[in-house]
Design a protein around this ligand. Sequence first.
Ligand SMILES: Cc1cc2nc3c(=O)[nH]c(=O)nc-3n(C[C@H](O)[C@H](O)[C@H](O)COP(=O)(O)OP(=O)(O)OC[C@H]3O[C@@H](n4cnc5c(N)ncnc54)[C@H](O)[C@@H]3O)c2cc1C
Length: 440
Amino acid sequence: MNDARSPLIVIGAGPMGLAAAYYAAKAGRRVTVLEAGDRVGGMAAHFDFDGLSIERFYHFCCLSDLDTLSLLDELGMGDAMNWRRTTMGYFADGGLHDWGDPVSLLKFPGMNLFEKIRYGVQAFYSTKRNDWARLDQISARDWFIGWCGRSVYDRMWRPLMELKFYELADEISAAWMWQRIKRLGNSRKSLFEERLGYIEGGSEALMKAIAAAIRSMGGDIRLNAPVKRILIEEDVLQGVALADGETIVAQDVISTAPTPVVVEMLADAPESLSAPYRAIRNIGVVCVMLKLKRQVSPHFWVNIADPSVEIPGIVEFSNLRPVGKTVVYVPFYMPQTNPKFGRDDEAFLDEAMRAVQLVNPSISDDDILATHVGRLRHAQPICEVGFADMIPPAQTPVRGLQIADTCFYYPEDRGVSESIKFARGMAEAAADTTDATRSA
Ligand SMILES: Cc1cc2nc3c(=O)[nH]c(=O)nc-3n(C[C@H](O)[C@H](O)[C@H](O)COP(=O)(O)OP(=O)(O)OC[C@H]3O[C@@H](n4cnc5c(N)ncnc54)[C@H](O)[C@@H]3O)c2cc1C
């Protein structure tokens, strides 16, 4: 037990920060979580959407989310996961097509049989493959073109990549893209049946349960407590300074804030310490939410390739998690430097509605019950070619200071389960440094 020592400080109460604090507290550590926002959950937090408690950003689980499942079990919520059969659609050539299984691929317009076979083989092989060292060294673009040919890339992948990453699209690593295909491709009961999950009560239910468990073990979670600086003097960790001027002395700190924020928190530290975090780029997201009177389509996810809207797809979340009404998320990812990022909410709402009406022309403005536009500046790290070599170890050269965010588990994409898994490793490492080096 380390109770006599200063508490382990965890920066951020998203899934990674909460899980790190939970596992550390479970191992006997006194923990204090410092969260900038007014609630726990980070990207997986809820908000009140016109009387409905729902995720700020859609959240689904895949069959491979074993770390979420085991944590739910530990917290006595083993039966909270609901698995449902879900489907995908693809809007192209002015029409909505089924998508995501071999039959819909064969029926899809605009590709010849040879191209379809190549596309299908790449997708299938991706679900089976495990090695990714080579994929880290090539771009997703070159990987797709190599497997499926340029015309399939231009038709199927380029619109999706460019409408998420814009000028960075060609830099994205194949390994990152492969993992996304693999995670979703393996979340199936059979080749023809996709299975996705949602947590009863939404992702917040898990976040609140982890927070309650931390508190029940004596841990402290402080909201509205943004950390301004991580204090380091002559390579020795001193603690953290909060934005309101308070200083907390600590020998162990785990930061789970996004790396661009870490750069700010290390502003007084040597440049060599912050340089690796500065090199990691992020894009933002503007996420439009629509509550509608009617269903848009039966699909959970619809990809869109249409020149009239700059949106790669829409997520009809209520087709996964029943919430009483139709709820659609329309995410606009883009570099924050894109002038579009600064547009007002109305402009995003208009474009989102146009996308919805493309998919289902019978939906009109009269069907809108409520709208919301959420913005996040650091929503998705750019996992570029060679990214594996860009990620510094979570344990920094400063003893007791660990730093990570969602890109540290590359090639896996951001995910609640992945953040939980990574957090467990950091909590174990914090216990190891305490036991091994401090007792000396
Ligand atoms: C649009 C969208 C859709 C998504 N869909 C899914 C999905 O379907 N399934 C899935 O598994 N995952 C999904 N994710 C990803 C998932 O939300 C993340 O992987 C997960 O939330 C990461 O948790 P984290 O704790 O690592 O980071 P975060 O959730 O980002 O938490 C970091 C926390 O640090 C806090 N913080 C920042 N700066 C400071 C500071 N200075 N001081 C103190 N605290 C600070 C933040 O407020 C935040 O609470 C989605 C994300 C987005 C944006």
